[in-house]
Design a protein around this ligand. Structure first.
Ligand SMILES: Cc1cc2nc3c(=O)[nH]c(=O)nc-3n(C[C@H](O)[C@H](O)[C@H](O)COP(=O)(O)OP(=O)(O)OC[C@H]3O[C@@H](n4cnc5c(N)ncnc54)[C@H](O)[C@@H]3O)c2cc1C
Length: 392
């Protein structure tokens, strides 16, 4: 493989997407630098479901053993009535490894982020620049000049914007509008299992469907903590910031009348681990790349969280991106065109279906949920996708 150009591929953003892309490219033999705006590496104190289509990629990147150490495997998951707790349906998440060749995992985001960062930093501390906020770029003369708010500059073979839903790289590349408030808000939190009354966690993981509300919970950190997402449809609600510290009394009031174990979990969450989010989304983009500059993860396709696939899509993107560069080692624009061709349709489908799933889960009348046809990540066959092998 020719490697005439020694300039790095610069990735803006050290989130789950940016770090996975860095690792996949480094393993494929490319020089990479990740530039992160934060002064210290870190992730939100919240859980993440990592479906087989994501864990398959992490295994291929050599992280299988470390992933197994940090992951909880949920076994049976249930979809339930909000008030009675009756199960509308159950699914065997524990059987995913046998069925799809990769496990369905539930992890603490910070734990996943830490193993990705460690794997990237094993290639040298110079691979990661903190306190580097992207300020602009110029794709000219066979290279991309990248500027940062701290005054630093980099000369890049290619630039990848993995800088999240409010991507500054996207704003410059496509002049695309920012995501819009969807009318959904979500509280996320972690409650210590030891503080819960016996019997609270009858199913290892479950999702309650309520009137314009849903509550999902699962275990992380070796079963010490229960992670939850409690979402409501509140089109009139507005936040100054899109993420804020949550008020325990507010979330308890919003979920009054829910099955007692839901209220027990909400009541046990330490206030400093409760966060409230306004959920933003955008119409799918028709283009994620231009010349030597491309987008990945939420920067390319921010989506509602109702299929638990946002980070997993970023992980799939990362693997396909590295394979596209391996196929076109000396032509970054051609590599990015291959990447976009391979990924755009799938990510757009998941973006649209995640929004449709939100409407189904947070409908006005949940009582007949079990009788309505269900379209979800299982019925769509999302777990079968293999980013390590799809045509690129
Ligand atoms: C309530 C909720 C629950 C969710 N649950 C799941 C789930 O269970 N499973 C799942 O797969 N997904 C889930 N998601 C989606 C998931 O969180 C995102 O899709 C994922 O984090 C996107 O990763 P990313 O790396 O693309 O972006 P981000 O995680 O947003 O990372 C972007 C990085 O870029 C940095 N950055 C931003 N701007 C700049 C700049 N100008 N210069 C330099 N750096 C910059 C940021 O500091 C950050 O480190 C959920 C989302 C929400 C809101």
């Amino acid at each position: 493989m020719a490697r005439a150009d020694t300039r790095p591929i610069v990735i803006v953003g050290a989130g789950i997407g940016g770090l996975t892309a860095a690792l996949a490219l480094l393993r494929a033999g490319f020089p990479v630098v990740v530039a992160e705006q934060a002064a210290a590496l870190g992730e939100l104190g919240a859980g993440l479901t990592l479906a087989p289509n994501g864990s398959r990629v992490l295994e291929a990147l050599g992280l299988g053993e470390r992933l197994r150490r940090i992951a909880c495997l949920p076994g049976i998951g249930a979809i339930r009535h909000w008030r009675t707790g009756e199960a509308f349906s159950t699914s065997d998440r524990g059987g995913a490894a046998a069925r799809f060749g990769a496990p369905y995992c539930q992890v603490h985001r910070a734990d996943l982020h830490a193993i990705l960062a460690e794997a990237v930093l094993a290639y040298g501390p110079h691979r990661l620049l903190l306190d580097h906020r992207f300020a602009g770029c110029l794709d000219e003369g066979g290279a991309v000049g990248v500027r940062f708010a701290n005054g630093a500059t980099l000369d890049a073979r290619s630039l990848i914007g993995a800088d999240g839903a409010r991507s500054a790289v996207r704003a410059q590349l496509l002049n695309a509008s920012s995501p819009e408030f969807t009318g959904y808000c979500a509280w996320r939190g972690l409650a210590p299992v030891a503080a819960l009354p016996p019997g609270t966690l009858d199913y290892p993981s479950c999702l309650y469907v309520g009137p314009h509300r849903m509550f999902a919970r699962y275990l992380v950190r070796g079963g010490e903590l229960v992670n939850f997402v409690a979402a409501v449809r509140e089109p009139r609600w507005r936040l100054e910031s899109w993420s804020a510290r949550g008020d325990p009394a507010e979330v308890l009031a919003a979920f009054a009348g829910f099955h007692a174990p839901v209220r027990a979990i909400l009541g046990a969450v330490p206030p400093d681990s409760l966060h409230k989010w306004a959920l933003y989304s955008r119409e799918p983009l028709l283009q994620w790349v231009a010349g030597r500059v491309g987008l990945l993860g939420d920067a390319a396709h921010p989506m509602l969280p109702f299929m638990g696939q946002g980070a997993v899509m970023a992980i799939e993107d990362a693997m396909v991106l590295a394979r596209a560069f391996a196929a076109e080692p000396d032509d970054p624009a051609a590599a990015l065109a291959r990447y976009q061709r391979a990924r755009l349709e799938r990510a757009t489908l998941v973006q649209r279906q995640s929004a449709a799933r939100g409407l189904a889960l947070l409908a006005a009348d949940p009582d007949d949920y079990g009788r309505r046809p269900t379209v979800n990540e299982d019925t769509l066959g999302l777990f079968e996708y293999d980013a390590t092998a799809v045509a690129v």
